[in-house]
Design a protein around this ligand. Sequence first.
Ligand SMILES: C[S@@+](CC[C@H](N)C(=O)[O-])C[C@H]1O[C@@H](n2cnc3c(N)ncnc32)[C@H](O)[C@@H]1O
Length: 270
Amino acid sequence: MSMAAAPYCPPEWLALREGADAAARATALVAPLRAYLGDVGRAVIRDLGCGTGSMARWLAPLLPGPQHWIMHDRDPVLLAHAAASVVDGRAVTVATERRDITGLRGDDLAGTSLVTASALLDLLTAVEVDRLAAACAGIPALLTLSVAGEVELTPADPLDAEIHAAFNAHQRRVTGGRRLLGPDAPAVAAEAFERHGAVVREQASPWRLGADRSALTREWLSGWVDAACAERPDLAVPAEDYRRRRLEACAGGELRVVVQHRDLLALPAA
Ligand SMILES: C[S@@+](CC[C@H](N)C(=O)[O-])C[C@H]1O[C@@H](n2cnc3c(N)ncnc32)[C@H](O)[C@@H]1O
């Protein structure tokens, strides 16, 4: 099976963001998920685009009872990390399956109690999200940390808006013949899961980056500016000054950034 083209995620980047991700995740969605799952015995949970397994490390301790996590990713290096990341010493087992999750069908999910994904949907296309929603019909899904396209930097800088617009355009780029959803992912996914019979709850899950997360802020900022310049090469010169100003503010503990995401809980309608 061909592995759909999408950006590579280094394990170091995933490690750097894991703490901010855990702090951002919408815990308010866990109670309705637990209530829906009830007493399923051993829950079979499939984490799509699992990376190194950060979703399981966060969610498994919040769910009751024994769990079997099946980690899906197309990247064997990330899967090896995920396999080694068994969660909290209780009855939680982990298996890995290397695959392109855009090819999943309903039959592949037979026997699944819960589907999860984290920081994945914005890397997919509208057609792929629709296919995923169809495959998940009748199965609860927790779909977290999709980029929402809103970023707030304090203090403000005159170039913020232009860099921001170029970054969002880059998130929606066509790559390998696929138009990525980028910041359209939360709305497209909510609509698709509802169309396939789910009731969708949505919560904001923003990163709040400040002096306490300066290493992540620095990496995020550089990636943000690089992506904006890839989209708008004419920004290269002013963007280098912008990057320097912003990194200085970050080093001085003065920069605060809010990066908006959305978490979706899709539960099969009663
Ligand atoms: C931004 S990372 C998020 C990883 C992890 N879920 C987390 O929250 O730390 C996106 C992950 O999705 C995987 N991925 C992207 N597209 C995929 C596809 N079509 N099939 C399987 N995995 C995919 C990448 O390899 C990467 O591990």
